[in-house]
Design a protein around this ligand. Structure first.
Ligand SMILES: *Cc1c(COP(=O)(O)O)cnc(C)c1O
Length: 322
């Protein structure tokens, strides 16, 4: 690839520091037996960094353009998304209501950070994660009835506007790969709400990047991820007026461990290896499990290098995941 297409102009605010580094991981590669590169989106430079910063640049621009004064979103009590969304909204002078599933828990980690910036936190009282979506809509209705202008957002900000974040990241990384003369076979990442993988899938197809985008699910069943990614990627591509991807998204199962938000044995082992070889701490809920998936695929002989691993952040949960 000699030149990189630009993303059509979309309303965007600046939150992060881009481009994030694309670094070799020589010691990890030597142990794994495959050349691995790290795309450091833990270093997006807003809050404590992480992948959600990219989507928020487009989502909050959209909220501002619509004249909204309240962000309403949510997730689990430890959600990286919820904290970063509230933080971004606060810097723009918007209030936030965060809806958490379950019953009240002591504010540690991301929830303590959200409290520090005075986000209002409400619990659904229902352990079902999908209860968040229902209450987000209800809170938005309450705010409208009170004469406010809410901007409701689903968990993870996984909608076509949010997916623009990783379309833009695809453009950014394509330029880095060109500069490095690097042609990876695959880009691996953890997949939760699916917005990140959707943006990357749409971006790789649009830019003819030549690498496969491989998500390791950390929460949802594979079939649900595949559907969500395909739908979101098609919508994101349509939004910028380019052809949508045709292949079925690739999602790897088998590394959720005891459940979403909980540590897994193979994830912890993978995180330990990465910390000891590269001096990088992968979060236990997303990054560790995705790296476990990549290392297992390498051991099966299913990976030809070089590959890029997307480091998605999640630093606050390093200290709060038992
Ligand atoms: C949200 C999140 C992910 C997953 O991204 P999705 O777009 O929700 O699939 C991965 N890693 C971290 C640290 C996250 O906070």
């Amino acid at each position: 690839m000699t030149s990189v297409a630009g993303l059509p102009a979309k309303p965007r605010i600046r939150l992060g520091t881009f481009p994030t580094p694309l670094q070799p991981a020589p010691r990890l590669s030597a142990v794994a037996g495959v050349e691995i590169w790290l795309k450091r989106d833990d270093l997006t430079g807003f809050g404590l960094g992480g992948n959600k910063v990219r989507g928020l640049e487009f989502l909050l621009a959209d909220a501002q353009r619509r004249g909204c004064d309240h962000l309403v979103t949510g997730g689990g009590p430890g959600s990286n998304w919820a904290m970063l969304a509230a933080l971004a909204a606060r810097t723009l002078g918007m209030d936030t209501v965060l809806v958490c599933y379950g019953t009240p828990v002591p504010p540690v980690g991301n929830m303590a950070l959200a409290s520090m910036i005075d986000a209002e936190i409400r619990f659904t009282g229902d352990p079902d994660r999908a209860s968040v979506d229902v209450v987000v809509e209800r809170v938005a209705d309450e705010l409208r009835a009170a004469g406010r202008m809410p901007y409701p957002l689903g968990r993870g900000g996984a909608n076509p506007v949010g997916a623009l974040g990783y379309l833009a990241a695809s453009v950014e990384m394509a330029a880095q790969l060109t500069d490095l003369g690097l042609a990876p076979t695959a880009l691996w990442l953890p997949t939760g709400s699916c917005g990140t993988q959707a943006g990357l899938v749409a971006g790789a197809h649009w830019l003819r990047c030549g690498y496969e985008v491989v998500g390791v699910t950390v929460s949802r069943p594979v079939a649900e991820c595949v559907n969500r990614i395909a739908t979101l990627a098609a919508a994101a591509a349509e939004d910028i007026g380019v052809p949508g991807p045709c292949n079925e998204p690739v999602v790897v199962d088998g590394h959720i461990g005891p459940g979403y938000g909980k540590r897994s044995a193979d994830g912890d082992a993978a995180a330990q290896l990465v910390a000891r070889t590269e001096g990088l701490f992968l979060d236990p809920i997303f990054g560790a499990k995705a790296m476990a998936g990549l290392l297992a695929a390498i051991r099966r002989g299913a990976v030809v290098g070089p590959v890029v691993f997307l480091v998605t952040g999640g630093a606050p949960t390093l200290f709060t995941t038992p």
